[in-house]
Write a protein of this length. Structure first.
Length: 132
């Protein structure tokens, strides 16, 4: 269970993951000043953010996030199966070449839309590796 993280419950920049029976809920907003887009507010609160990353998620619950349940951007991909995405501002957002496929997914009660594309949401820059 991933609950009450700040910025994102799960943020992947490159790579991949297989999630099975994971609950991602109640991400808290975080204000970051160093983002890819200066045209939108810098407040982040997403369940899942994928950039250049491929994720398969099965039997998951993604709920109650102030921004998106899942944001898939910059050629990332999400395959979501037998899961629930509910109670977010947006359910599943794809933009900048991101792709999302669903199979047996319940998408409901997402305030501004269950599946949307190209809403120009900013994405936090990945952390930099610090030498020991």
């Amino acid at each position: 269970r991933i609950r009450r993280n700040a910025t994102a419950g799960l943020l992947l920049n490159a790579g991949g993951a297989l999630l099975d029976r994971v609950v991602i809920t109640e991400t808290r907003p975080a204000d970051l000043s160093d983002v890819d887009s200066a045209d939108v507010p810098n407040v982040f609160a997403d369940g899942m953010v994928l950039e250049y990353a491929d994720v398969v998620a099965r039997r998951c619950v993604i709920s109650d996030h102030p921004r998106s349940g899942a944001l898939v951007s910059k050629h990332g991909s999400l395959l979501l199966e037998r899961s629930v995405v509910s109670g977010n501002n947006w359910g599943i957002v794809t933009q900048n070449g991101g792709e999302a496929a669903t199979d047996g997914v319940a998408l409901w009660d997402n305030f501004q839309g269950n599946r949307v594309s190209d809403v120009a949401l900013a994405v936090p820059k990945p952390p930099q590796v610090v030498a020991p």
